[in-house]
Design a protein around this ligand. Structure first.
Ligand code: G3P
Length: 219
């Protein structure tokens, strides 16, 4: 499973990228607003930190505006994926940008037929929002499972990018449901390898070694 970081802050991205375990980045207008930085400048910095896809979301809502802003983003770096909303204009822009060879991430997906339409429009990624469905009392992970079945039924190559991830259990369940990618807030990324028994076990190993003066000689 590929792991992306869901942040527009170059500092967050640099910290996560230093692990060598990050495959890409997703941003959106709300995340860009939080940084207080110029959106294009932060994307430029992020694209230098991560070789994989970096999603940059258009602010226009009409097809021409989306294409214009998408093409502006693609001039930042080769690894930009243009992010468009799941609207009719968004799908038309997706088709136009995909036909020009650009990666497109179709975002704000809340039901499986939306995902099928995005795949038909040539999307590279579809972003189902798991956490927001859970918040609304629905089963976000069921959406991932349904999209997986539809994409497999028809051999769509669009990658399922599980978004709106809130905790490590979402990552486990998305991986079991064969999502291709999950995008995580930096705070959730940090919890991925946490387990109290790991910490306790390591402390006991080190304590036992110290008591018995066990050492690792350099030569
Ligand atoms: O990048 C889109 C998505 O991950 C947003 O998540 O937490 O705002 O629902 P959230």
């Amino acid at each position: 499973m590929k792991l992306f970081i869901d942040s527009a802050d170059p500092k967050d991205i640099a910290e996560a990228a230093a692990t060598g375990l990050i495959d890409g980045v997703t941003t959106n207008p709300s995340l860009a607003a939080k940084t207080g930085l110029d959106y294009v400048e932060s994307l430029e910095q992020i694209c230098e930190l991560v070789a994989g896809p970096v999603s940059a979301e258009v602010l226009a809502t009409d097809v021409e505006g989306m294409i214009r802003q998408g093409e502006r983003f693609t001039r930042i770096a080769k690894n930009i994926a243009v992010k468009v909303p799941l609207t009719w204009d968004g799908l038309k822009a997706c088709r136009a940008l995909a036909d020009k060879g650009h990666m497109v991430n179709v975002t704000l997906c809340f039901q499986p037929v939306q995902a099928m339409m995005a795949a038909k429009a040539g999307a590279t990624f579809i972003s189902p929002f798991i956490g927001r469905l859970d918040d609304a009392g629905q089963d976000g992970m069921e959406l991932i499972r349904e999209i997986r079945r539809i994409y497999d039924n028809y051999d769509f190559s669009t990658q399922i990018l599980a978004a709106s991830i809130r905790h490590v259990t979402h990552i486990r369940d998305a991986a079991l449901a064969a999502a291709d990618v999950a995008t995580l807030p930096p705070s959730v990324f940090k919890t991925l390898i946490s387990h109290s028994l790991t910490d306790k076990g390591l402390a006991a190993f080190l304590e036992d070694a110290k008591k018995a003066n066990v050492r690792v000689r350099d030569t």
